[in-house]
Design a protein around this ligand. Structure first.
Ligand SMILES: [Zn+2]
Length: 230
């Protein structure tokens, strides 16, 4: 459990004007592969995030994302040339408050984690591992980067190519919902974000596991960098 200070929280019925304004002024970059991005974007828009930039991996079906956002949220779709590698996203990361990824390719996930650490940008990672799904809020200066965290959660090897989205849509939606909740809390400065905990759901056993104590590693060239605020 994080020992972070409790932030001013929600009243029973609503967020404060200041918190709503913080959400309205926020920009989130969603790097979409798995279907979790759909519920994520719907809930970010519903939560009042003012601007979402969407970059998609693979087949382009942007209409479904536009269908779940309202006119109160600007959804900008930008192209991403996979051949250029993840560093092509550097300019985009510089203009957003938070990055959320549902990439299907682990090499790109790792590259995005490196980039986010280097730029001091908070990143919410999600990934399908077998039939399980994991979510992890990576905060530069506090959290282990993805390269350091994976061995800690028992992932030493990952597929070289893209993996399939989870076959059960409800699991993708669970992931999208959890990521949206963390994003809204972060952007509106609400409650506590567990920045050293990776959450993992096993939909077959019903277990939801928290892998804790994934703190930044001092001698890592990525997460050991001095903290820079977003
Ligand atoms: Zn690291």
């Amino acid at each position: 459990m994080e020992n972070e200070e409790r932030k001013p929280g929600l009243t029973a019925m609503s967020m404060s004007r200041h918190q709503l304004e913080a959400l309205r002024r926020s920009t989130v970059l969603v790097v979409a592969g798995a279907d979790a991005a759909l519920s994520l974007i719907e809930l970010l828009a519903e939560g009042g995030v003012g601007r979402i930039i969407l970059v998609q991996q693979g087949e382009k079906k942007c209409g479904r994302f536009q269908a779940v956002t309202s006119s109160d949220t600007s959804l900008e779709i930008r192209s991403y040339n996979e051949a250029e590698g993840v560093n092509a996203l550097e300019g985009l990361l510089a203009e957003v408050d938070l990055v959320v990824e549902t990439f299907l390719d682990w090499q790109i996930k790792l590259g995005l984690s490196d980039l986010a650490m280097r730029l001091g940008k908070a990143l919410i990672h999600s990934g399908v591992v077998g039939h399980r799904y994991q979510i992890y809020f990576i905060k530069p200066g506090k959290s282990a980067c993805l390269r350091c965290a994976l061995p800690g959660v028992g992932i030493e090897d990952f597929p070289l190519g893209a993996v399939a989205p989870h076959p059960i849509k409800a699991v993708e939606t669970w992931a999208g919902s959890l990521m949206a909740l963390d994003a809204i809390k972060y952007l509106a400065d609400l409650g506590v974000i567990q920045t050293t905990t990776l959450w993992r759901i096993d939909p077959l056993s019903g277990d939801i596991e928290a892998v804790r104590n994934l703190a930044s590693v001092k001698d890592c060239p990525d997460c050991g960098l001095p903290f820079k605020s977003h």
